[in-house]
Design a protein around this ligand. Structure first.
Ligand code: PMV
Length: 335
């Protein structure tokens, strides 16, 4: 029996990914930049089996619909790379509020990619693991490296994520609604590309913002990072709202948090708001100000503080083919 367990954390984009250039290869239309969190880890174990089909247990419950189909499609890619036809049992404990726009798919597919690669005996570099995770969920690409990372747009070989230099930062997650979002990001991206007249401008401006963000990160300019983060989030939501029929993820309560964050800034705290494909708001702040920001926003929802998180890692592997946890990965291997 070959089994491997991996842990990965979610990430929150400072410059968002919204739209694919190639749906099959999951190549993004633009680059994106994110900060990995040190809260809400996903722990996933992949165990090879003689059974005729893959199985999935998510947070203790057997799953036999949509998520299992996505996991099986993903494992098919891993099997193709490994030259294997063996099926797997996947057990995943996800502490992110699933489907709430907090990128549960990022930690989920980053942990699955890391565990599955080890279980099937693939010894992939960080770059190739990130390319593999990309095929499960775009944002998972950025949960393979730790810290602040950039996910490059490009072709299959060039579209991976890597850590970039950045100043110390923190986030405060304000969970307004932990229920599933009304429309998933895949479908919403498709509709935005097909119908939002703002989409071409989103691609042009976000490409510029990625460059500006990397410059601000390298310079340690927190104010500029924050301004670009809040602006890019609102541009993404405006682009999505331009779809037909329209899609609106932000609720009145989300907007109230953006207003509250502006008031905190006026009062001298360092805080900027962002939001993904859901109503919840994440506030980018500094390690010094995170506690004060969390206290100030407590009335708006369930508030959780996070520092900058580690990359995905293998925590256990057993069996003839699996590499030991912590072994050095070679710089690059062909996928
Ligand atoms: O990883 P996906 O396909 O669920 O897309 C995530 C998109 C956003 O979270 C809204 C933005 C991002 O860059 O994470």
């Amino acid at each position: 029996m070959t089994t491997a367990t991996a842990v990965a954390h979610p990430n929150i984009a400072l410059v968002k990914y919204w739209g694919k250039a190639d749906a099959h290869l999951a190549l993004p239309a633009t680059g994106s930049v994110s900060m990995g969190l040190d809260v809400f880890p996903t722990t996933t174990t992949v165990t090879l089996t003689d059974a005729p089909a893959d199985t999935l247990v998510l947070n203790g419950a057997a799953v036999d619909d949509g998520p299992l189909v996505r996991v099986t499609e993903f494992l098919d890619l891993v099997r193709e790379l490994a030259g294997s036809r063996v099926r797997a049992d996947v057990v995943s404990e996800n502490t992110v509020p699933t489907g709430a726009g907090l990128a549960s798919s990022a930690s989920g597919f980053a942990a699955l990619a890391t565990a599955a690669a080890a279980a099937y005996g693939l010894d992939l570099s960080e770059r190739d693991l990130s390319r593999l995770a990309r095929r499960g969920s775009g944002s998972a690409t950025r949960s393979i490296p730790g810290g602040v990372s950039v996910w490059h747009a490009g072709d299959d070989a060039g579209s991976f994520a890597e850590t970039v230099p950045a100043p110390p930062m923190a986030m405060v997650v304000v969970t307004i609604d932990a229920g599933p979002k009304p429309i998933g990001s895949r479908e919403a991206m498709r509709r935005t590309i097909a119908t939002s007249p703002f989409y071409p401008a989103w691609v042009t401006s976000t490409t510029e913002t990625v460059t500006d963000m990397l410059t601000a990160c390298a310079a340690g300019d927190f104010t500029r990072i924050g301004e670009l983060t809040e602006s890019n989030a609102l541009r993404m939501h405006a682009t999505i709202e331009g779809a037909f029929p329209p899609i609106r993820y932000l609720t009145a309560r989300s907007v109230a948090v953006f207003d509250a964050v502006a008031e905190l800034r006026a009062a001298g705290l360092r805080a900027y708001a962002t939001a993904d494909a859901g109503p919840n708001v994440v506030v980018l702040t500094t390690p010094e100000d995170r506690a004060a920001v969390a206290t100030a926003l407590a009335g708006h929802g369930d508030v959780i503080e996070s520092g900058t998180g580690p990359g995905a890692r293998l925590v256990r592997s057993e069996g003839p083919e699996a590499p030991a946890p912590g072994v050095d990965r070679p710089e690059e291997t062909a996928e």
